[in-house]
Design a protein around this ligand. Structure first.
Ligand code: ACM
Ligand code: ZN
Length: 755
């Protein structure tokens, strides 16, 4: 009996055994299913039976897919009992939600039941099952699926302002969402760099505000611009077409009309909307701009007029009003804004922002709609009915849920698809960050700090695709796919049913469909990543190679040759000695799947030695002291975990070599990214000591002497020392005219080398 019980518990404890068996390329994974024996033969002779006109969209959606993939359509039948038939049956009452569906495949019949949206989702599952085989006669496995989503807000955002995308691409993007059973498309339509929606009452918004006289080129820190006229907008007819296209695919379009900040394009069209009233150009560069909507009656009239037209176009419940990143500079010196602060007894400009949003909310609510805004709308007090989109981490979403406000999670850490998804050196230029597919897949939109009652306010999550660095359609696809697939499973599939290994198995098969659809998806999942580690007991430094174990094995070389299947298999961290180059790649079934990772290490006298800082680096840029003595210079573009940074403070550090050493060169790496507030030191001084008490100066360099604006190199006469002190003087306050003027400059250091 005891043994039987143990056996029983052992079975219960086996994780996701049943789920991990589902290996057809269906994404997101259905929540419940039973696999059966036998198969249904789908061919051009198969027919479809349904009676309700509400199901025509689903039928068309299936046929468009079949035509594209297999070259035939299925005709309609008027007999539900006919053999070899797909039956779509409206049946909502017994299902848990309007989005739930059941799909039963038997040898004779495919039966999909649900509400209109449920049946559409059943069709999506069926389409993905069909992709499991590419012959003209498709054998579909007999099975039974009962499925419903975990969250009600399953969203993707697209910024069409920094770069503009035609309606043909918006439809393709919506097709991607539909394929993954996403139900919300957040269309970011207005920005500093362009107003993209026709508003009949204010034609200059698109005539003037939709075009800029140049765009930023390359890295923000390069501060380079072209002079090309750039822009575009959607007519109201096109907007209606997109809304209808989305609706037919069970997707609600949430328009975003940004206020009070990110409004320079509107101001360029109607300068009286700003505090100064001065003429402005549509912004060419990225960032946050100080000219924002003035909080005066004429602005509110304008905005409510705009919202009237917007609300008439978008039938959904939510209107996104932005609310993020609104500098208060202009409001502080504006007589009209200040008069309003007085009249309404507001505490300050933050309270004025809250007043702004609340006043707009009242208007939107009166028209039967709700507002949603970025988490800054919490500052100065949340408008009574507003929903919050949490982007600066989850704190805003947590605070809102605790105040019984609806929340959509979209934290930068997991949901910003403009971030890198593999090592930046191998990727197209991106805004920064690091959000690989595995990280997206691991996301849980319900924070641990919420209790069950509070958690009910989390409607779901969405990913944001900001397009400062995304110039064309293929690049949007690259940044959003396949991360969209991972997010879709986060939002649809219950946590207990998720399984990364199984997801990756299905995903790799699903790639065949993306290939057929000519989707430019990223292959970063195969990337080999690395970490340099130290052995705190001894002096050794190791290179740890990292790749997803479900995707293959790592092979590497130490002699500069390219890794092959016959090369050494990576099993444990590699000891790094002297000057060494490691090349590594991922292999699956004997084939190379990744780009080759190349890392150079320069093991020197400073490597893995102790650093004692007078002032520790800022908590925001402190990846640990070891990054400064790991033998490896940071790569560019910057990854924050390779740097230590100080805001306003000097870097003063003593390097203890543990014993007196002979040396001839000391090299220290710094970073210049002035547009991001990071400056080279004003001056670098180096001192040496044998006892740690008496220090002798051995050199100093001015900013201009830093080689390639990157390395301060001190060539010494042969010197003996145990301690090296480096004093790098911070630039101080940022001068007028530069981003961050008046604020403390940052000082960034990546490496000290002693030879
Ligand atoms: C945002 O990323 N500024 C919402
Ligand atoms: Zn003003």
């Amino acid at each position: 009996m005891k043994h039987l019980l143990l056996f029983f518990f052992a079975i219960c404890l086996l994780p996701n055994l049943a789920q991990s068996k589902f290996e057809w390329p269906v994404i997101p994974l259905p929540n419940q299913y039973q696999l059966k024996s036998g198969s249904f033969l789908l061919s051009s002779k198969t027919q479809v039976f349904f009676t309700s006109r509400k199901l025509e969209n689903s039928y068309d959606n299936l046929n468009v897919y079949l035509k594209q993939q297999l070259g035939f359509n299925l005709s309609r039948s008027n007999d539900s009992t006919q053999a070899n038939c797909v039956v779509l049956q409206l049946r909502s009452a017994s299902l848990q939600s309007a989005e739930a569906y059941t799909l039963n495949i038997t040898a004779n019949k495919i039966l999909i039941q649900g509400d209109t949206s449920g049946i559409f989702y059943g069709i999506q599952t069926l389409k993905q099952l069909i992709n499991a085989d590419t012959k003209s006669q498709i054998q579909l496995p007999c099975l039974s699926i009962q499925d419903q989503p975990r969250f009600t807000w399953r969203g993707m955002h697209l910024d069409v302002c920094r770069h503009f995308f035609p309606t043909s691409f918006i439809k393709r993007y919506i097709d991607f969402l539909a394929m993954y059973k996403m139900n919300t498309f957040h269309w970011h339509l207005t920005e500093d760099q362009g107003w993209r929606i026709e508003i009949k009452k204010y034609p200059n918004l698109t005539k003037v505000g939709a075009f800029r006289k140049g765009s930023m080129v390359g890295k923000y820190s390069d501060s380079k611009f072209d002079t090309l006229n750039y822009g575009g907008y959607y007519t109201q007819e096109e907007v209606k077409e997109i809304v209808a296209y989305a609706q037919a695919r069970q997707i609600t379009v949430v328009p975003e009309i940004e206020m009070p900040g990110h409004s320079q394009a509107a101001i360029s069209a109607y300068p009286w909307l700003s505090c100064s009233g001065k003429a402005q150009d549509v912004a060419k560069g990225w960032g946050v701009f100080e000219d924002v909507f003035c909080s005066k009656d004429s602005t509110y009239h304008f905005l409510t007029d705009v919202l009237d037209e917007v609300m008439a176009l978008f039938p959904g419940k939510y209107i996104h009003i932005g609310g993020d990143e609104c500098p208060k500079t202009r409001w502080k010196t504006c007589t009209q804004c200040q008069a309003l602060i007085q009249r309404e007894h507001l505490k300050d400009e933050h309270a004025l922002q809250s007043y702004f949003i609340t006043r707009i909310e009242k208007y939107v609510n009166a028209k039967g709609k709700q507002i949603i805004g970025w988490d800054e709308i919490l500052e100065g007090g949340l408008a009574p009915n507003a929903a919050v989109m949490s982007w600066r981490g989850e704190d805003g979403g947590i605070a809102a849920a605790k105040q019984n406000h609806k929340v959509v999670m979209s934290p930068g850490s997991h949901c910003y698809f403009d971030h890198y998804q593999a090592s930046p050196g191998d990727e197209p230029l991106a805004i920064g960050g690091f959000t690989p597919l595995e990280k997206v897949y691991a996301y849980n939109p319900i924070p641990k700090s919420l209790n069950a009652q509070e958690a009910q306010y989390i409607m779901g999550a969405q990913a944001n695709v900001w397009t400062e660095y995304i110039l064309n359609e293929k690049h949007v696809e690259y940044m959003s796919m396949p991360r969209m697939a991972a997010l879709a499973e986060v939002l649809w599939t219950n946590v207990e049913n998720k399984n990364e290994a199984n997801f990756l198995k299905r995903l790799q098969k699903h790639f065949a469909l993306l290939d057929k659809m000519q989707v430019n998806y990223a292959k970063g999942i195969y990337q080999v990543n690395y970490k340099v580690r130290n052995d705190v007991k001894g002096n050794d430094v190791y290179l740890e190679l990292l790749a997803n174990p479900y995707l293959g094995e790592i092979r590497f070389t130490r002699d500069g040759s390219d890794p092959r299947m016959e090369s050494e298999k990576y099993t444990a961290p590699i000891a790094l000695t002297g000057n060494i180059q490691i090349k590594a790649a991922l292999f699956q079934d004997g084939k190379i799947k990744s780009r080759i990772l190349v890392r150079n290490f320069d093991n020197n006298k400073a490597t893995n030695k102790n650093l004692i800082f007078t002032k520790e680096p800022s908590k925001y840029y402190n990846a640990g002291h070891f990054v400064m003595v790991n033998g490896e210079s940071a790569s560019l573009p910057r990854m924050n975990d390779q740097w230590l940074g100080w805001s306003g403070d000097d870097m003063e550090v003593v390097l203890d070599l543990k014993q007196v050493e002979q040396m001839q060169q000391i090299e220290i790496g710094f970073l210049k990214e002035e547009l991001n507030w990071i400056y080279l030191p004003r001056e670098v001084q180096v001192f040496v000591s044998q006892d740690g008490k008496l220090y002798t100066p051995v050199g100093h360099l001015a900013s201009a002497e830093i080689v390639d604006e990157r390395h301060a190199i001190f060539k010494l006469a042969p010197t003996k020392a145990r301690y090296i002190k480096v004093l790098a003087k911070n630039k101080g306050k940022i001068v007028a005219g530069m981003p961050g003027a008046g604020e403390d400059a940052w000082l960034f250091c990546d490496e000290i080398k002693v030879k």
